[in-house]
Design a protein around this ligand. Structure first.
Ligand code: MF3
Ligand code: CO
Ligand code: CO
Length: 275
């Protein structure tokens, strides 16, 4: 239960799932909106020839310009303001000086601390023109996220979210990555509970109003298995099949769900088609 150390004021993760009040929801709206605005801003810069290190620089500057701080910067030794996961990279790809190429799909994951509260979201972006296979995977992954969010309601169970995602994605002959999950967040970046993107209805803890967490399914065209490269961060599909991910930060309300990281510009799915 002790989330604050009385002597140091340090906040720690416990297994308890916090239930937050209206002030926290207001703070999460502000943090989530700024993350979404950053992800909107970067869309125009994702094109062939651009370096992911340049995208990282722009997102760091965006945080500074808006009195926010990138939560990933110096987090457990990570050194960047975003994760840039291209093609068969599942997550935690690191910005570098390699240019984006026509036909790449790239996930940009951005987490900002705003007034002490975390907003965390990611989207897929297309570089130049995509083949149908890449487009289809991105569409299925976004739909998986939205179906997971639609399963959020007070009195429901966390397993309902995983079930909604897994049954849809596997029905489309894709696979769900098991090695990474969504997470509670708020004044902590990664808090209880773990949000699994697979599972059965009725499993897991019950969702209650005031709970704050991310849903961030990673969906592969091939097998679900992942390996971590020698850099200690980059997760790739073992079979080198394409992987995609979308992420939103949400809160359980008295009647359903609130999404904090929706794009004010309508760019939640920045790849054409869909809505
Ligand atoms: N933003 C990622 C998430 O969705 C976490 C990235 S941690 C990092 O939880 F250290 F890799 F940046
Ligand atoms: Co997250
Ligand atoms: Co994230």
């Amino acid at each position: 239960m002790a989330t604050d150390d009385a002597s140091t004021g340090v906040r720690r993760r416990t297994n308890e799932i916090k239930r937050h009040g209206p002030e926290a929801f207001a703070a999460m709206r502000k943090a989530g909106r700024l993350v979404a605005e950053g992800l909107d801003m970067i869309a125009a810069h994702v094109r062939p020839g651009v370096l992911t290190s340049e995208l990282d620089r722009l997102m760091f500057a965006f945080a500074m310009d808006n009195k926010a701080y990138p939560a990933t910067l110096n987090y457990r030794g990570y050194r960047y303001s975003i994760c840039t996961s291209i093609n068969h990279v599942v997550c935690h790809g690191m910005p570098d000086d390699k240019p984006l190429r026509d036909g790449d799909i790239i996930n940009i994951d951005y987490t900002l601390i705003v007034d002490g509260w975390h907003g965390d979201a990611s989207r897929m972006y297309g570089v130049g023109s995509l083949n149908r296979k890449s487009e289809r995977l991105c569409e299925i992954t976004h739909e998986s996220l939205m179906r997971g969010i639609a399963a959020v309601r007070p009195g429901g169970h966390f397993g309902d979210i995983g079930h909604a995602i897994q049954s849809y994605a596997e029905g489309e002959r894709c696979s769900v990555v098991r090695d990474f999950c969504g997470h509670g967040l708020g004044q902590l970046f990664h808090d209880a509970p773990n949000i699994l993107h697979y599972g059965a209805r009725g499993e897991g803890a019950m969702m209650e109003p005031g709970m704050l967490f991310t849903i961030e399914p990673m969906i592969n065209l091939g097998k679900p298995h992942v390996k971590i490269l020698a850099d200690g961060w980059t997760a790739v599909t073992r079979d080198r099949s394409l992987s995609a991910q979308f992420e939103h930060t949400v809160g359980v309300t008295d009647t359903g769900v609130e999404i904090f990281t929706l794009s004010p510009a309508g760019l939640d799915y920045p790849l054409g088609k869909q809505g």
